[in-house]
Every structure is written in structure tokens, then in C-alpha cells.
Design a protein around this ligand. Sequence first.
Ligand code: ADP
Ligand code: ZN
Length: 623
Amino acid sequence: MPHSWGVIADSLQFAESDAPPASGLDRARQILRHTFGHADFRGLQAEVIGEMLAGRDALAVLPTGGGKSVCYQIPAMMRAGVGLVISPLIALMADQVAGLEQSGVAAARLDSDASLDQRSAVWRRMEAGELDLLYLSPEGLMQGAMLERLARHPIALIAIDEAHCVSQWGHDFRPEYRMLGRLAELFPGIPRLAVTATADARTREDIRQALNLQGAREFVASFARPELRLSAERKQGRGDKRVLELVKARPGRSGVVYCGSRDGADRLADALKGEGVPAFAYHAGLDRKTRAERLIRFMEADEAVIVATIAFGMGVDKPDVRYVIHADPPPAIEAYWQEIGRAGRDGEPAEGITLYSSSDMAWALRRIDQREAPEEVKRGQTRKLRQLYALLDGVSCRAAGVRRYFGEDAVQSCGQCDNCLDPPQSLDATVPAQKALAAAHRLGGRVGRARIVDHLIGKTKDPSPAEAALSTFGIGRELDAKGWRDLIDQLLFEGLLREDPNDGRPLIGLGDGEAVREVYRGTRKLQLRKAAPAAAARQRRRGREEAALPPQSQPLFEALRAWRRQAAADQGVPPYVIFQDRTLAEIALFRPATLTDLALANGVGQSKLDHYGAAVLKVVREN
Ligand code: ADP
Ligand code: ZN
């Protein structure tokens, strides 16, 4: 943080001096500082903007929170004409437009929610050449006379947000996106930028084809999200109690809790409410109106917990979500990363915590199996599911695991996930694994986990003479019952054992044949994750949760948040469009005394300084 102050201080002096006419990028940087209040471009922003300013098409894959929007907003402000932004979600557009207006940028939207009056006001501003940015939905753009009407105005550029929606291969195909391919002929010579946060190589190829971007340069950022701290824990029972504990340890913050089922979401939301947490459920079983209301409440709240199924998905761009908790795991690493990616979009530290169990995995496997889909597709889904559980139950850096999964090479450990901070001890458990596999085999897949454990320890109540005579009976005295349960879980995660749900009374049998043989032969070793003394590890972690801001700055930070809540309520906008958490944290830390000092904080541009400067300084003085 301190270094950014220096950079901005330099930039202010530069901006105030009589600088020579700036090159395109220098001018773009000045806008970034003056209007958006950011010290400098990050990641690939400068390169993408350079491409737009040169009038060329581009395709950019930047991680969630990576700052995709300035890539088209700034060039749209610099080039003659209005920049068209095509975005699939109305809620998202409304938010972006409100945020831009706060920063003093001339932006508007035309969507199905707009009244006739609002529409004519927008067109008047277009005629007058006043608008820098116009947000549209794909349906809206392709409607009737819209294109002809737009084509009569100078267009600066066309940005297609969430461009992966055009690909059937991507994870969120939207048929109406297909029509956007026509933009190439309708607006020849106008640079087009396709942006998305998730697109593997195949999806990127699809985007190029569908949007006629054959010649476009491609910018793909790293999947790293250094602000996210990842952790995962095996569930005890259903895991509800642990979720309550985790949420209550993070008071005054907003979070998302993902559940596998509607019932689960309702149940957890009620339990949280019972504990005084401002929580509500969100899933497809609720009517549209309730969902819309809850979404707005969540977006505008300073502190709220939404307990959701995956129906709560794309387009939830609340930048100050401080944690995502998976009460049940998602089906693949793609979904895992996308859902956790909803935390920390403002770049401030945030957490992704996943609870998982071997029965979650068994249930998910069964669901894949029951799907009406070609075998090949099911095999792919099964593989993706197992890769996720291997990541969750694994002992190496989680962030590095995700990045490798997405094809990055030479990835370093993150140094902040649970596995990096408290490396789980592991011990060679190849021999116990052989014993457990042999026992499952001898018992013929007809018993559950508890019976196998009893069998291994020799504690089965009234064993039949046949069972007592098996060579595996009582051979496992090296571990206690908990040790064996953990080991069996791990064998399930690795696919060496398989669970047959058997209507809620799961039976355990042998898994993948070749892998099991390798363990028997001893060519495949098994490392058992040694359960950390849970309380101690949690204690250590809790100490770090509030580490971002020193304790003496906390009261001012909270006072600033309270001021912001009121200012937001007065205007009917979400708090983060006024200032983001990061900005308030910087202010709390550096306690600016004058407007000039305040202008140095990241996220304070000229317009916000004019509007809120005096009020913020007052809060600082009084706290
Ligand atoms: P996304 O790529 O997810 O659409 P946004 O464009 O919404 O991301 O930006 C995410 C956050 O990053 C916003 O809070 C934005 O203000 C901030 N941001 C964007 N560019 C910069 C930058 N160069 N320096 C600091 N913060 C930035
Ligand atoms: Zn790590």
C-alpha cells in the first residue's frame, strides 16, 4: 500500500505541471489516475488499451477482479464517439453505470427496464454527442431499429463483456450472443474487444470464430488471484455447525455460502438468522420477485450473507464479498474457481473456504452416472470431479494446483493457503491402505465404512464365524478407529475404494482395478494426511484473519463504513460505488488531514474528491 502513495504523489505533480502532449497511453494513464483514482495499470490492462487505441480488435481473458472494465472504458472516453458495451445482465449494467457516474464519466444504459422517457433522454444525449459509454444487452442491441439508429452516431468501440457466453463449449452458453457475430459487418473498422474471465483454449477459439475476431490479438492473464486465501476442510457430519462457526468468526462482512441443495440453503440461512446473522437464502425455488429483492439487498448491504445454490451465479459483481464458503463442494475446478472468484473482486484480501466429504463425492458421482448423457461426457465429468477432490484433499499448495489445472507452467506456491501455512503432516500409509483394501475386498462390498473399521480393529460385535475367520479380521491395530475412517475417506477420494450410496446406507467396495493392484504391489505409495490438531490450527489462522489493518485503525475504518452506508442509502446506490473497502482501509491507515492528502488514496478520483472529500475528512477528524 505505501508504495502506491508515492506513485500517485508523483503522478499528481506530473498532472499539474505543464506536461507536453501525452502519447495515447500516457493520456490513458492520466485518466486512470484522475478519473478512477488508480495509481497505474495492472496486469495486461495497458496492452489491451494500447490495442484499442490503435483501432485494432482484441480478445482479453483476465481473471475476475482483474480490472477488465477500464480496458474498454478508458479507450471509449478517449476515442471519438460513444463506446458500446454489451453485457448480459441488467443488474450488472446498472451497477457499472452508477459507478461510472460517481466517477464523473458520461455513461448510460438502454435496457428493457428503462422507461420511454429514460430512453428518449439517452437518445438526446447521444445526439448531443455527450455520452462516452452506452451499455446494452445483446437482445436490446439486435432489436428492430436499434442497430440502424446506433449506426447514425460515431462509435468509439464495441466491447463484448462475458464473451464466453458465445461459445457452446464454455460453461454458460447464451444463444442470443450468437448474433453478435454480425457486428463485424455492421460496424466495419470499429475496434471490437471481447472480454471474459474464463475461457480455455478451445473456448477462446470458439469466441474468435463466432465473433469474427480472426485477426485479433489475444491477451490471457494468469489465473493467479493473490488476494484469495484458500482453505479446505473435511466435513464433520453435515457441516452446518462449522459453517455457522466460520460465518460468525467474520462479523460485519459480506459473504456467500454455497449449498448443494435448496433445502440445505434454506436450512443454513435459517440457522444463521437464528444466530443474528443478516442472512438469506437464494435459489431457483424462490419466485422471481423474491430473488430480485434479495439480490438487490445483498448488493447494497455492507454486511450480508447470501446462502445460495448455484442459481446464484454469474453477474454477482459485489466487489466487497470477503469470503465464499462452500458448504458443499462444486462439481469441478472450473466451478470452484469461478465461485470462489466472487470474493475479493476489489483486490482486498478475501477467503475461499471449502467443506467436503467422501459422501459428497459419492453423491456427485452418482448424479453424473444417472445423467442422460453420452458415456464420453460422463467420463469427462467424473474425471473433473475427481480432480477437484484430489485438490481439496491434497497436501500441496491449492492456488498452485488450480493454476496448473488451467495450464500455467512454472507456478510457485502461494504461501498463504492452509496447506502452505500449516503444511499437513503426512505419513506413509501404504501398508494400512493395503489392509483396508483387502478388508473391503474380503467383505465383498456388502458393508459400510463403520463395519470395515470394526473388522480391521477386530471389534465387530458378534462377528459371524465366517467373518472372524477372514485373514483381514483384526489385522489393523496400528490405527485407531478415527485413523481408519480418515484412511478410508482418502481411499475414496483417490478412487481406490468406491461408495455405493445404497439409499443412504452406503456400502463400500473396491474402486479402480489397476490403481488398486498398484497399491497391493507397493508401486503406488499412499500418504495419509495426518489430521492437524484442529483447534490449534484454527487458532493460528484466526489470528491472521484481521491482519490486514492494524487494530488502532479499525475504529476509523468502521466509522468510515458507517458514513458510507448512510451516503449510499441517501442516494440509493450500493456502498461500494461510493468508495471500495480498500479505499476506506487506506484512509483509515493514513488519516489524511487535507483534500490533497485524501486525493492520494487509491480509488479517490477528482469527482469523488469533490463530492465526498469534506465529509470524509470530517469523519477522520472525529474518530
Ligand atoms: P473485472 O475484471 O472482474 O470486471 P473490474 O473491472 O470490475 O473487474 O475491476 C475490479 C476492481 O479492480 C475494481 O474495483 C476496479 O476499481 C479495480 N481496478 C481496476 N483497474 C485497477 C488498477 N489499475 N489499479 C487498481 N485497481 C484497479
Ligand atoms: Zn498455497
